[in-house]
Design a protein around this ligand. Sequence first.
Ligand SMILES: NC(=O)C1=CN([C@@H]2O[C@H](COP(=O)(O)OP(=O)(O)OC[C@H]3O[C@@H](n4cnc5c(N)ncnc54)[C@H](OP(=O)(O)O)[C@@H]3O)[C@@H](O)[C@H]2O)C=CC1
Ligand SMILES: N[C@@H](CC=O)C(=O)O
Ligand code: NA
Length: 434
Amino acid sequence: MGEDTVKVGLMGLGTVGSGVVRLIEDHQEDLYHQTGRRIAIEKVLVRDRLKKRSVPFGKGLLTDRAEDLLENREIDIVVEVMGGIEPAREYIREALLQGKHVVTANKDLMALHGAELLSVAAEKGCDVFYEASVAGGIPILRALVEGFSSDRITKMIGIVNGTTNYILTEMKRRGAPFGEVLHQAQTLGYAEADPASDVDGLDAARKMAILGTLGFRIPLSLEEVKVRGIADVTPEDVQFAEQMGYILKLVGIAQQDHGKVEVSVQPALLSGDHPLASVEGVYNAVSVYGEAVGETMFYGPGAGEMPTATAVVSDLVTVIKQMRLGVNGRGTVAPYREKQLKSPREVFAKYFLRLHVADESGVMARLTQMFAEEEVSLEKVLQLPRSREKEAEIILITHTASLHQLSRVREQLEESDVVIRIQSDYRVEGGLSS
Ligand SMILES: NC(=O)C1=CN([C@@H]2O[C@H](COP(=O)(O)OP(=O)(O)OC[C@H]3O[C@@H](n4cnc5c(N)ncnc54)[C@H](OP(=O)(O)O)[C@@H]3O)[C@@H](O)[C@H]2O)C=CC1
Ligand SMILES: N[C@@H](CC=O)C(=O)O
Ligand code: NA
């Protein structure tokens, strides 16, 4: 191996790590033409050296000691695809202090400690790239940082979790039970080590914190992202939504109006003609609205071995090109805009509510009165056939109202003696009059 070889230390040889190894091997010639360097994997850090692997490796390459990578002076770049906060944070920090560049797919880490790691990198003149951390194989971070550098982004709305999109798609397509579909997503390598973070929306929230920071150029923290997952979504919600011309999806929304921002993750109803409504299975998509450019859309596989590996290896290529030019660590622009978060009075949307009410005369008038008192007008009202004795089911879609108004209506509904229960409520995106 000569001067023209770049040595890489790989941390993790699971779904993504194995894809990285395959891609580097299969595309070695193309990568060489683009970078002028051969890429050699020098050491691979794993938890269990004796585990059977899907990619063959000489025994000497695998190690369970991080020092074998961190203290190896020959290694120029560390690729971290282990996941989790610790010890990944400690290893990445140490790698940067040793002057090694870092490529990671770790959104847990970048959403929580990205600012700290990027500042260590800047001090040491090192690169940290993390394209794989958001929307797997879609080059969305590169698009935000480079493609939109001349514009001001006003809104990003996306399906950024492949596991939950796969689950909701299968629930809609064949009414499959939640547990069964989640198990399939795990087998396919889409889910996180702890799939609760997919289901409860946290994985998507981490990605939205990263998108918000890069897109709006503000220092957004994970706690500022409002999160609701899909655990309480029922097959009936999915079906009723469809009957009314909507598709239920877990979406991330980051919106900026008059310098104030809102960032959230929640199951929402998308009108059938919304660009995200047709995004199915493990696919992700992000619509980005720029003040000057208008609406753009990025679409592709959001998880899985090879799609995610393409993002990791593309980052690797960028680091190597920067090494040749001697410009590592100079490209990162820290967030520089002032951050102001919207209050619930400033967050506006339409809402879908499914109510179980007493099946008696005058109920509809009482319900509409409660909405009218909070000045929330209704776009659609649908009464469904009775599901139980003395109980009727009503679906309402409001016109645009603030989150504050919606909470006030909810309080009234909860206190009312005609409402038996609020079965579900969702934000609605798109539609003819929105
Ligand atoms: N899977 C996907 O589709 C996507 C994943 N990501 C992110 O990529 C990262 C990796 O995900 P994925 O490949 O699915 O994860 P896996 O669980 O499949 O693989 C994790 C790998 O890291 C190793 N590892 C974990 N902890 C340690 C530790 N403390 N010390 C040494 N080795 C360790 C494991 O070793 P061993 O094999 O011995 O157990 C394993 O090889 C995560 O940050 C994830 O969020 C991002 C986008 C998509
Ligand atoms: N578990 C994640 C993997 C990619 O980030 C997902 O399902 O999207
Ligand atoms: Na990506």
